[in-house]
Design a protein around this ligand. Structure first.
Ligand SMILES: NC(=O)c1ccc[n+]([C@@H]2O[C@H](COP(=O)([O-])OP(=O)(O)OC[C@H]3O[C@@H](n4cnc5c(N)ncnc54)[C@H](OP(=O)(O)O)[C@@H]3O)[C@@H](O)[C@H]2O)c1
Length: 302
């Protein structure tokens, strides 16, 4: 991790999540002073790191720091973007402040989903992204939105990690045709992208797309991860004729049934994006972590 200016104080939201687990120690190691907000009590584990308790909706301890004169040169959102946009509305950034916010490639991928809930999510993501950019532009602050897809590597994601936990204990049956491709991105690489983007005023008012370096289906990710930890592949392909068509029909429904069907349906479809924005950050694709790639696939930093 390079190019970190220790003179710039960071405020980090969502720092207890996958990306924060790499970002906060890297900032601490570079001597950066960080205030991080969490709804849970957190130990101040990295030097220069001060956790304050509260939510994006209600953060009296952070408010007290701000009223006492705390100033942040970098404000970084690693949690829910809509809540962050609302926080930013209530706390307009000062001129020149760098604002970095993670968003999701779902803004693009779910925009034409048959499921009304997924389409609404895509619209909400785009609205939140635009709200952050517009708020910052109005106050001469410098915002960049970083969109990502499936995040791996920290062992806390809600898609690959549960499958791995299952497959480590027992065979994982999987619909044979559900081999839609994803581009998993390592949480550590997103932390690096944030650090690299922080001093880059030329990236202000931009939405970057940062999918991972290779396209894999979920069965491939599971098999690759298990093989890397010396375990036999335990994904059992099961023919389920008609499942995609049924899921496509049910996905049109509102509510939980429709959303579950939409999730199932997406397992059959590719969710891929272009990787060119990594080059914009000066990060080569072959430097990026791969699923089962030998480097830490589990959380290491705290
Ligand atoms: N995970 C993925 O595979 C994935 C895929 C695409 C895009 N993304 C995007 O990447 C970002 C991070 O995703 P993630 O899955 O790592 O995030 P996450 O686990 O959902 O959230 C990260 C952290 O945000 C904090 N948080 C949640 N709600 C909050 C609130 N109301 N107020 C304050 N803090 C709150 C939580 O910390 P505390 O519990 O400590 O408060 C949580 O650990 C999000 O913008 C997400 O849309 C993630």
């Amino acid at each position: 991790m390079s190019r970190i200016d220790p003179q710039r104080r960071w405020c980090v939201f969502g720092g207890s999540g996958a990306v924060g687990r790499y970002l906060l120690p890297a900032l601490g190691a570079a001597g950066v002073s960080v205030v991080a907000l969490s709804r849970q009590p957190q130990p101040d584990s990295a030097s220069g790191l001060q956790w304050v308790q509260g939510s994006l909706e209600d953060a009296p301890a952070l408010q007290a720091l701000i009223e006492a004169g705390a100033r942040f040169e970098v404000i970084c959102s690693l949690g829910p973007l809509d809540a962050f946009a609302a926080w930013l509305h209530r706390h307009p950034p000062a001129r020149g402040v760098r604002v970095l916010a993670l968003s999701s490639m779902s803004a693009e991928w779910k925009s034409d989903s048959p499921n009304p809930g997924e389409r609404a999510l895509a619209r909400a993501l785009i609205e939140s992204e635009q709200r952050v950019l517009a708020l910052c532009a109005a106050h001469a602050a410098l915002a960049t939105v970083l969109r990502c897809g499936l995040i791996h590597g920290a062992g806390v994601d809600r898609s690959l990690t549960p499958l791995l936990n299952w497959a480590r204990r027992r065979p994982l049956p999987w619909p044979r045709a559900a081999i839609g491709l994803r581009q998993p991105v390592h949480a550590r690489d997103l932390a690096r992208a944030l650090i690299v983007a922080a001093p880059r005023a030329d990236l202000a008012q931009r939405v970057l797309a940062l999918p991972g370096p290779e396209a894999l289906s979920f069965p491939q990710m599971v098999q690759r991860s298990l093989a890397a930890s010396g375990r036999a592949a335990r994904v059992i392909p099961v023919p389920v004729p008609g499942l995609f068509r049924l899921a496509s029909q049910l996905a049109r429904l509102r509510g939980r049934a429709g959303s579950t069907a939409a999730t199932l349906r997406r397992l059959y479809t590719d969710q891929l994006g272009t990787t060119g924005d990594w080059a914009l950050l000066g990060i080569a694709l072959d430097e990026l972590g791969r699923v089962g790639g030998g480097e830490s696939d589990q959380f290491q930093h705290r």
